[in-house]
Design a protein around this ligand. Structure first.
Ligand code: CMP
Length: 136
């Protein structure tokens, strides 16, 4: 049975700053993802704090929110069969130094903070994160 899902992807400030937006989008398309919606925006720190609320007790929370709001980002809704897991596989491990060859973070990530992309980690969070950026 087919299981078409949507997931949220963010191209983070480190990648936008290095003009990697098109290369990363090509990787999504070459891996069968359709980009249903996309926009380039810069968010306030207070919005980043809401977006990453699940991490609010973590020691890296403040730096993470500073960072996500530090420059333009590209937010996208990606769709394909099993998109949530597929996107996580294509991104690779959170820390680029642990990410497998051929993954986005292995190719482009600089550090655990500047890891070039974010992707939803579950279907439930995908729905919440898509609403966060694209609900009218
Ligand atoms: P992301 O997938 O956007 O989700 C939360 C982000 O926190 C993660 O990518 C990393 O960029 C960042 N981060 C910083 N330090 C850590 C850490 N120790 N463990 C997990 N994520 C971290």
């Amino acid at each position: 049975m087919s299981n078409i899902e949507q997931t949220l992807s963010i191209i983070k400030p480190d990648a936008v700053e290095r003009n990697l937006e098109n290369e990363i989008k090509e990787m999504f398309k070459n891996n069968g993802f359709s980009i249903l919606k996309e926009k380039k925006i810069q968010i306030e720190k207070s919005e980043a704090e809401k977006f990453y609320k699940v991490h609010e007790t973590k020691p890296f929370y403040n730096d993470l929110c500073e960072y996500l709001s530090s420059g333009p980002i590209v937010v996208m809704v990606l769709e394909k069969e099993n998109a949530v897991l597929g996107n996580r596989e294509l991104m690779g491990a959170t820390n680029p130094k642990d990410a497998e060859a051929g993954t986005i973070r292995n190719k482009y990530g600089i550090s655990i903070d500047k890891n070039s992309v974010h992707g939803s980690d579950s279907i439930d969070n995908a729905n919440k994160e898509i609403d966060f950026f694209f609900k009218n």
